[in-house]
Design a protein around this ligand. Sequence first.
Ligand code: ADP
Ligand code: MG
Length: 396
Amino acid sequence: MTRTRLPTVEAALIFISVAQLCTALKCVCQLCANNTCETGADGACWNSVMLINGKEEAIKSCLSPAEMRGQVFCYSSRNVSKRHCCFTDFCNNETLHLHPGYVERPSEEPGWGRLELAAVILVPSTLLCVSILLGVCVVQGQPCAYNRAHKNDVEEPLDDQSLMSPDKCLKDLIYDMSTSGSGYGLPLLVQRTIARTIVLQETIGKGRFGEVWRGKWRGEDVAVKIFSSRDERSWFREAEIYQTIMLRHENILGFIAADNKDNGSWTQLWLVTEYHEHGSLFDYLNRYTVSVDGMIVLALSIASGLAHLHMEIIGTQGKPAIAHRDIKSKNILVKKNGTAVIADLGLAVKHDSSTNIIDIPSNHRVGTKREMEGAVLADDQEGLTLTLSVSKMPQR
Ligand code: ADP
Ligand code: MG
């Protein structure tokens, strides 16, 4: 009797676990209303802890099926972050610690006596440090230069902790991104941490999917393109294209991070990129008269960006040929130095030369009709005609 019942009980348990894997889960979520979020079918509860400024920061939330696909969120990395995915309701309720005996230091309430003592010691030493720092900055020209110059000395493996160290500025992070082991971009947890410490400042553009904002990250400007959750596929696609291996180029908009933020009532999807204060080429040509030399610099940089996008690089770390499919002056941004970068890669397609297949995504967005061939850019602004011929993508 018992012998026949046991397999039945086991089968039922297995069935329940499998069913739980496929259905939506309820999870603990610090950033959500009622501290609860719900995953889509095939999602997971996520529990993580990482060291930020020497302090353990725990994040508990839901992982969407899209994030589960990458799986990166579920793996831990070398003692500096611990991540854990689980698949039952509220299974992420425990608090993870990086080190077994970790005790958070209580914040001290200094009395007047201590405050005075601190002032006597701290004020002169702070003044000394500030003047030394100023001296270093003046000698080096800019704050990031020191870090970058010394990076070439030792080839050290990168981990989440060194990527997020407080002295890192954007240029350092982007440098790390192009030299990091994966070559695809920053680890997703680092992207999420960056996105969650950005303070939005003002809207700078409106596109098909919502708004583009100027934001501040550690005092530096960044651009944040905000998609609504309705356009998740477009957000996912654009982030995916920007993270194509070896895509980074001085004439292609610099990608920094992608993140999905749940504020309780709705989900915002963020795409964080470098900010260019001149805005789009369309706005720039409406605002300024461009000299012939300036126009040549612009045209050359746009052609270089497009050529890099189109070029296939063969090898294990190779890059597929990519067609933008929506080249127009509103999707090109002008940098401070008068060169341009190609932006808005949401419609781009990749060509896989081994199978001769172009990965046309299943989102509904279509490009500007005249640019669908990816062949000619022709913009007439204030009598300036900029015409570039670019190579066609291989046909199927
Ligand atoms: P959409 O996909 O909705 O068309 P875009 O990426 O083309 O969005 O951005 C819309 C507009 O926002 C651009 O035409 C430009 O004016 C502004 N913009 C976008 N990204 C940046 C950026 N990184 N720096 C400055 N302005 C930007
Ligand atoms: Mg656009």
